[in-house]
Design a protein around this ligand. Structure first.
Ligand SMILES: [Zn+2]
Length: 333
C-alpha cells in the first residue's frame, strides 16, 4: 500500500496533480479554475460525486494507450484525469483503493496547519493575541508521554512537526484559543477538534467512523460558509473521502504516515558511502528483515543470546544491523 497526499501522487499512482481539473484520486469531482484565478475546491455535496473505480481507471488507461500522438495522449490524460503507471501491470493492483489518504498529512500537516495560517493571515490572531496564546501554552503541563509543543507557536508554527500539530489540535488548542479567537471561528475549529478526538484512537467502532465522518462534513461546510469557497483546500475535499480509507484499512493508527516516517528515520541511520544509497539501504533493510524472521537458536543461549539484539530498536540501530549485515555476508562468503 502506498500513501496518497496531493503532492506526491502525480506520477506514482497514475493521477494528475491537485492543480488539475480532475485532481482528486478518489472521485471525478471537477475543480474549476478561471484564467488567473484560484482553483475552486469548494462544494461538499458528497452524494453527487462519482467515485473512481479500478475498472474505470483501467478502461481509461486502455484508451490512453491507443493515442496516436503525444499531444492526443496529453489531451486525453487531462480529460480522463489519469495517467499510465507501471503498477497497473500488476493484476491484483487496485488503482484507487491501494492509494490511501494519509491521515497525518490530511488532518494535521494539512488542515490544522492551514487553519492556523488562515487565522494569522486574516488577523484573527494578531500579534498581541498570539502573545497570549504563547502564554497559555507555557502554562500547560502535559503528561510525560506527550511531547510538549514549542511555547512560542507564533514564531515557530511554520516548522512544527506533524506530532506537534496533532498535540496542538487535540490537547492545547481549545484552551489556548477560547476567548481569543472570534466565536464563530472557534466553533468551526471545535468541530474539527471533535473529529480528531473521535477518529484518532488505536481502536474505533463503526459508530465512531459514522460520527467522525458526519462531523468532518459539518466542519467542511461550516468552513466554506465562514471563509468562502476559494479558501477550501484540496485536503478538505479529501476529508469527505477519509471514511472510505478507514473502512478499507482500519483505525488511523494502522495506516497513517507516522509509523512510515519513523521507519524512514531508522533507515536513514544506516551508513552508506553515498554511492547508490538507495540500493545499499535496501540491501541492509532486507538483511535485517531476513535476520528478524529467523527463529533464534534455543539450545545454547549462553553463546547466542549476547549476539542477538534485545529489542526492535536495537535490532535496527546502526550497530545491531552492521553486526547482522557482516555476519550474514561472511556466512554467505
Ligand atoms: Zn474527490
Amino acid at each position: 500500500m502506498r500513501h496518497r497526499t496531493f503532492r506526491h501522487q502525480e506520477s506514482f499512482g497514475g493521477f494528475l496533480g491537485h492543480g488539475a481539473k480532475l485532481g482528486c484520486s478518489l472521485c471525478f469531482k471537477s475543480f474549476p479554475k478561471g484564467f488567473g484565478e484560484k482553483q475552486d475546491y469548494s462544494g461538499f455535496d458528497h452524494d453527487n460525486w462519482v467515485l473512481r473505480t479500478n475498472a474505470e481507471q483501467r478502461r481509461r488507461v486502455n484508451r490512453l494507450s491507443r493515442a496516436q500522438s503525444k499531444a492526443e495522449r496529453e489531451q486525453l490524460e487531462s480529460r480522463f484525469g489519469i495517467r499510465y503507471t507501471i503498477l497497473l501491470e500488476l493484476e491484483y493492483y487496485d488503482a484507487v483503493r491501494f492509494c490511501a489518504i494519509d491521515p497525518m498529512h490530511n488532518l494535521f500537516l494539512g488542515t490544522a496547519k492551514s487553519m492556523f495560517k488562515l487565522w494569522i493571515d486574516s488577523e484573527h490572531l494578531s500579534r498581541p493575541v498570539l502573545t497570549q496564546v504563547d502564554e497559555r501554552i507555557s502554562k500547560i503541563n502535559v503528561m510525560t508521554d506527550v511531547g510538549r509543543i514549542p511555547s512560542e507557536i507564533s514564531s515557530n508554527y511554520g516548522s512544527l512537526t506533524a506530532d506537534e500539530w496533532k498535540n496542538w489540535t487535540m490537547l492545547y488548542s481549545i484552551f489556548c484559543l477560547t476567548g481569543l479567537l472570534p466565536d464563530n471561528n472557534l466553533k468551526c475549529w471545535q468541530t474539527f477538534v471533535m473529529v480528531c478526538r473521535t477518529l484518532v484512537k488505536p481502536s474505533i467502532t463503526m459508530d465512531d467512523i459514522r460520527k467522525g465522518d458526519h462531523l468532518l462534513m459539518k466542519f467542511c461546510r461550516e468552513f466554506e460558509a465562514l471563509y468562502g469557497g476559494l479558501a477550501v483546500k484540496p485536503n478538505m475535499h479529501l476529508h469527505a473521502l477519509l471514511k472510505e480509507c478507514i473502512l478499507d484499512y482500519g483505525p488511523l493508527y494502522e495506516f497513517w504516515a507516522f509509523s512510515f516516517e519513523r521507519y524512514n528515520g531508522l533507515l536513514g541511520n544506516f551508513h552508506t558511502n553515498n554511492k547508490n544509497p538507495d540500493v545499499q539501504i535496501m540491501r541492509k533493510f532486507l538483511t535485517c528483515s531476513f535476520a528478524d524472521s529467523i527463529q533464534p537458536p534455543q539450545e545454547f543461549p549462553e553463546h547466542f543470546a549476547p549476539l542477538l539484539p534485545h529489542d526492535k530498536d536495537e535490532f535496527y540501530s546502526m550497530e545491531g544491523c552492521k553486526q547482522l549485515y557482516f555476519a550474514s555476508t561472511s556466512e554467505m562468503g
